[in-house]
Ligand binder design. Sequence first.
Ligand SMILES: [Zn+2]
Length: 116
Amino acid sequence: MTFEDLKFRAHPSGPMFGERARVNFPNGYGASVIRGPYSYGGSEGKYELAVMKGDKLCYDTPITSDVCGYLNISEVTELLQKIEALPPAVKSGQRCDYCGAKLTADLNCPNCGALN
Ligand SMILES: [Zn+2]
């Protein structure tokens, strides 16, 4: 996946916050990429990226322990590819928080569909 594959929409908090793209990868991780007046580098036309695990912000990957700001397009692509290449977010034997079913490849429960 590269920057060109991202689909930007109005920021969920409102268009005055700029634009955002969300992606999820099969390994259970994803990214939120933002550019707006309040994002890091947004006023210079640059992007801010946060690593996501399911629909939660994730600060404990080897990629970063923070959000990454002031990114140009190729830096966004580089980070997307690193996130995509992380080992699966699901630990072996991990069970669904909601129904107890065993999780397989991603954080969406195969039994109840909940996002863990
Ligand atoms: Zn479940």
